[in-house]
Design a protein around this ligand. Structure first.
Ligand SMILES: Cc1cc2nc3c(=O)[nH]c(=O)nc-3n(C[C@H](O)[C@H](O)[C@H](O)COP(=O)(O)O)c2cc1C
Length: 390
């Protein structure tokens, strides 16, 4: 897409916040912690959502959960995702967030396809129970209202192709007073397989008056512009595309400002980004640790999962890759990064390619009788996980 075909866009309005470019870092459990968000924020503007927080764990003041709610001093707006299935517990969690001024934006997760969640009626299974869904969103919006903190929902198309919920759920969320609705253009049954259905995102955009955010398969900045042109969405949500490529946010900022430049970092430049990422994770883990050496080790351990994403497509030997994925200290990381050829050009064959999860479709496990009773609004039992980040 050339600069002249860039769709006309406005900043994304979320309550009193204006976000430019209209780009959202998708919440990703185990990834979008304070360190990763800072790394991405250093690249470009947008809104960067933290890892998912379970409402029950927050209400029960689970120490791990409370530690996960950490934002940089310069993070604005501070964006938090909550997962809940019980309207009362969700409202209580939202009250804690607003009364303790923990965040400036709350997103509700209705997209999780993981069997342990849907089997209990949570995540992507929940919108099917339309009365419960409506109650839950209304409860969250009402609890946030006195503070002016905007609430948004993030969902999938539905359970499977025969049980689509997104238009009805989007309208219900709008009526409940949400500030925006994000749609990942896949069903729960698809998990992360196939391609995201951007036509469904366009349909939702047509149906709603509140801003709609499109999510699914944005691998490059130009994919974001294509999604906006195709669907008319008010903003884009970026998940797997930024794994091992935080500079995607610089490209997105350039793209939304009509500028043509895109980053193609050499391996040396990638190594600098890897070092910065690891250092931010070490800072994060040291902030919560009594023992700095332990914090460094935990930060390095957390970094390991990112190594393969950073090196995707680069000609780096298996042994070096394996050693990098086993680091325990920054000194070890520096030593190994020093063995990379800094002049190696970016592998353009990796551009536009899926990264991160791409698993196959699968059966959606649901509580017994779930599909037969859409209007039952009983809170599903045991669906409120008691720890966060799943
Ligand atoms: C590792 C990983 C963790 C995720 N965790 C969450 C989560 O906690 N909450 C959520 O709403 N979505 C979660 N997602 C889904 C993403 O937010 C996003 O909707 C999905 O990856 C599709 O966007 P993409 O094609 O840009 O990756 C996760 C995805 C991945 C790959």
């Amino acid at each position: 897409m050339t600069a002249s075909t860039v769709p006309a866009l406005r900043p994304l309005t979320l309550g009193q916040h204006q976000v430019w470019p209209p780009v959202v870092l998708a919440p990703m459990a185990g990834i979008t912690n304070i360190g990763f968000r800072r790394l991405c924020r250093e690249q470009g503007g947008g809104i960067y959502v933290c890892e998912m927080i379970t409402t029950r764990a927050l209400v029960e003041r689970n120490p791990k959960t409370l530690r996960m709610i950490a934002f940089g001093d310069d993070e604005n707006p501070r964006s938090l995702q909550l997962y809940g299935t019980d309207p009362e517990i969700t409202a209580a969690a939202v009250r804690i967030v607003v009364e303790r001024n923990l965040a400036d934006h709350i997103d509700l997760n209705f997209g999780c396809p993981v069997p342990k969640v849907t089997r209990r009626g949570g995540g992507a299974a929940l919108p099917w129970r339309r009365r419960l869904f409506g109650r839950l969103v209304r409860a969250a919006v009402a609890a946030a209202a006195p503070s002016g903190v905007p609430v948004t929902v993030k969902m999938r198309k539905g359970i499977d192709d025969d049980h689509l919920t997104y238009v009805e759920a989007g309208l219900a969320a709008q009526e409940a007073g949400v500030a925006a609705v994000a749609l990942h253009g896949r069903t729960a049954a698809q998990r992360y397989s196939g391609t995201a259905d951007w036509d469904a995102i366009a349909t939702l955009k047509q149906a709603l008056d509140v801003p709609v955010l499109g999510n699914g398969d944005i691998w490059e900045a130009d994919d974001a512009l294509r999604m906006v042109a195709h669907t008319g969405v008010d903003g884009v949500v970026i998940g797997r595309g930024c794994l091992g490529r935080p500079w995607l946010f610089a490209d997105l900022e350039a793209a939304f400002n009509g500028r043509p430049e895109r980053r193609l970092p050499t391996l040396g430049e990638v190594a600098v980004t890897m070092r910065r990422h690891a250092e931010l994770l070490v800072d994060q883990f040291q902030a919560g640790a009594r023992n700095p050496a332990r914090g460094e080790r935990d930060g390095c351990t957390d970094f390991r999962k990112h190594v393969a994403w950073y090196l995707k497509g680069f000609p780096v030997g298996g042994e070096l890759r394996r050693s990098l994925a086993m680091i325990e200290s920054l000194a070890q990381l520096d030593d190994l990064l020093g063995k990379l050829d800094p002049a190696e050009p970016f592998p353009v064959t990796a551009l536009g390619q899926p990264r991160g999860r791409t698993n196959s479709p699968g059966k959606v496990f649901l509580p017994e009788g779930w599909l037969a009773s859409r209007d039952d609004d009983t809170v599903p039992e045991g669906a409120e996980m008691d720890d966060s980040g799943g």
